[in-house]
Design a protein around this ligand. Structure first.
Ligand code: TTP
Ligand code: MG
Length: 618
């Protein structure tokens, strides 16, 4: 079946992926670390390492013990408290957003961003002096013509796919529009490649982070092509994007065909497993394959799927459809493997829908243990509220293009709340007794209770520790008693405190939510947020209702109807930065870990298994 080619109205999308993000957050704090092999540890796992360490043979998700053997001089820093990564992520996001006219800058996890720069490119292509391309000027401000940077518009910046020497590209002059003619995609991408380079340089100069970028006309293509040259590099997917004439080659097809089907955003592990086993069990042995029969695990590329006899939306529907599959899955996947992705870059919300802090425990049994943990969680919660829900009350617009200060770092020190949550929620999860045959009973039930959040937690001049103590002693303990009327022996394995029901302060700008695309990319299993049990997590809660009980200070035990069993989908939530909330994760494939029973999306399973296989983790 013919597929409509990627949209030809030429949106220009830049995808950013910060290089060895967690490690570089530490390097920015202590530049001397840049020259040393550096790893970030969570539990017994090296979650990332800098490129100096990678040069010495280390890789992401390695066991620390193994890494130390390979590289005894490795410098290891602890990365279990995510606060500094979240803060850095927000800071970089705001920095880059200040350059982007459309404001369409979408976060994907902590360390990836999409920028829709179509309007900036259109404006600059129109102003391009085709008689002096070598000394072109890119305008970063429509009002101030002096603000911008010079560049050479006769060539692309950075790498390209295919590489320019291989591309039948011809002279740059041929890409420039004829007088009054429509600009070609080629020249638009060329300008976008220079903008990407400029932004990467600004990021490095002002924030100390390097990034890898991909430039194309859609999110899926920009992300995939960016991955081809890492680190500190950028890649532009060159036209032609369609095979307009018979025999002509589309670079989109050529590029996508070689990709492993599992790497395609939008095709999660469940779908790619189905596709892989279908193709491998029905295909003839592949040319150049020594095996006479393919195994279920043979890697399947986009090309294998696209050119499989009879393949099309109908067959894809048969292979991938079934109970629980979204309608039109065949058409959607057929589009994706042809590079069709019309999803918009959405403006990220500046505000989380809730903030949730939790920790897991071997066993909490006494009031003193519980009180101590609750105070510690409450302090983290108030700290997070101050970080995410306040801003400096400064005048003027955010800095635009090329200025070294960003809206976060300049301005007066007056701090104000930009949103106030109304509700406080306490959740716990008791450890169920062993089953009759002595095996561990894995229950995912949380119980929770909610109450109005007292106003005193918004006092910005009070000490966080004092507020946390007050909150716990005046409110949280009575909520806890409602959940657990027994005096001791609760055998708790999890405590979670959250603030929800966010109300934006008057005058706060509204931004579109970005739910659709966020959902799509969550389901693509491309999000780089992976948690390890027992660490601070910032999770949206699973669906289920809290007890909206405002009369919690009485000591009456809760009736059965007041305590709701909740399916703990929030462990390993795809959305653990808490910036967006999606309860509609029916398509997020989760499996229960056979060791601890936690529900884990497929994409996090590898990290989770590594965690269990590590010594001393239980
Ligand atoms: P990545 O973008 O996968 O890795 P990276 O930025 O460290 O390295 P690269 O240069 O290859 O892009 O993930 C972003 C951050 O997420 C990473 O710095 C650490 C964290 N992370 C985890 O916490 N757990 C994980 O399993 C992985 C893969 C990453
Ligand atoms: Mg990265």
């Amino acid at each position: 079946m013919a597929v409509a080619p990627p949209r030809d109205d030429h949106r220009l999308i830049i995808h950013f992926d910060y290089d060895c993000f967690y490690a570089s957050v530490f390097e920015v704090e202590q530049p001397v670390l840049k020259t040393l092999p550096l790893a970030v540890q969570q539990k017994q796992i090296l979650v990332t390492c800098n490129y100096e360490a990678r040069r010495r043979g280390l890789r992401k998700l390695q066991l620390i013990q193994e890494a130390k053997q390979i590289c005894p001089e490795l410098v290891i820093v602890l990365g279990e408290d995510l606060t500094k990564f979240r803060d850095a992520s927000k800071n970089l996001y705001r920095f880059l957003r200040a350059f982007c006219w459309s404001g369409k800058v979408e976060k994907l996890g902590f360390d990836e961003l999409f920028l829709d720069v179509t309007d900036m490119i259109t404006y600059n292509v129109d102003l391009l002096n085709r008689h002096d391309l070598e000394h072109a000027f890119f305008h970063l401000d429509r009002q101030d013509p002096t603000l911008g940077f010079s560049f050479d518009a006769t060539e692309f910046h950075g790498s390209t796919y295919p590489s320019v020497s291989n591309a039948a590209s011809g002279s740059a002059w041929s890409f420039v529009p004829a007088e009054n003619g429509p600009p070609s995609l080629h020249i638009k991408l060329l300008l976008a490649s220079h903008l990407a380079a400029y932004l990467r340089a600004q990021l490095e100069e002002n924030k100390g982070h390097t990034a890898t970028a991909g430039i194309s006309t859609s999110k899926i293509l920009a992300k995939l092509v960016g991955n081809t040259n890492k680190p500190n590099n950028q890649t532009t997917l060159l036209p032609p994007y369609t095979a307009a004439e018979p025999g002509a080659q589309s670079n989109v097809h050529n590029f996508l065909d070689a990709q492993d089907i599992r790497k395609i955003p939008g095709i999660g592990s469940k779908l790619s497993q189905k596709l892989t086993s279908y193709i491998n069990s029905h295909a003839q042995p592949r040319p150049n394959s020594h095996a006479s029969v393919m195994t279920q695990d043979d890697a399947v590329t986009v090309r294998h799927v696209r050119l499989f006899p009879g393949m099309g939306p109908v067959l894809l529907d048969q292979v991938l459809g079934g109970p629980g599959s979204p309608k039109g899955i065949g058409r959607k996947i057929w589009g994706l493997i042809h590079g069709v992705d019309n999803s918009e870059v959405l403006q990220a919300r500046d505000l989380p829908t809730q903030i949730s802090i939790e920790d897991s425990y071997g066993c909490l049994n006494t009031p003193e243990e519980v009180r101590k943990e609750l105070v510690s969680l409450a302090a983290s919660l108030i700290r997070r509220m101050r970080a995410d829900l306040t801003e400096q009350d400064c005048d003027g617009d955010p800095a635009i293009g090329g200025r070294s200060q960003d809206p976060v770092s300049r301005g007066t020190p007056n701090i104000r709340w930009i949103a106030r949550p109304r509700t406080l929620r306490l959740s716990t999860r008791p450890r169920p007794p062993p089953t009759s045959n002595g095996t561990q009973n894995h229950s995912f039930n949380r119980i929770s209770r909610s109450a109005p959040l007292p106003q005193y937690v918004f006092q910005l001049d009070a000490s966080i520790d004092a507020l946390a103590e007050q909150l716990v002693y005046e409110l949280v303990i009575s909520m806890f008693r409602k959940l657990h009327p027994e005096h001791a022996g609760w055998n708790l394995r999890l405590l979670n405190i959250a603030v929800t029901n966010m109300v934006e302060a008057a005058g706060e700008r509204k931004q579109s939510h970005g739910q659709d695309i966020e959902k799509m990319f969550q389901k693509q299993e491309m999000r780089p947020d992976f948690s390890v049990p027992g660490m601070e997590r910032f999770l949206p809660e699973a669906d289920g209702q809290d007890v909206g009980d405002s009369n919690l200070l009485s000591d009456n035990p809760p009736s059965g109807s007041q305590v709701n069993g909740r399916l703990d989908k929030s462990l390993y939530s795809p959305n653990d930065d808490g910036w967006e909330e999606s309860n509609e994760d029916e398509d997020m494939p989760c499996v229960a870990c056979s060791s601890c029973g936690s529900l884990i999306p497929h994409f996090a399973l590898v990290a989770h298994e590594v965690y269990h296989s590590a010594p001393d983790t239980e």
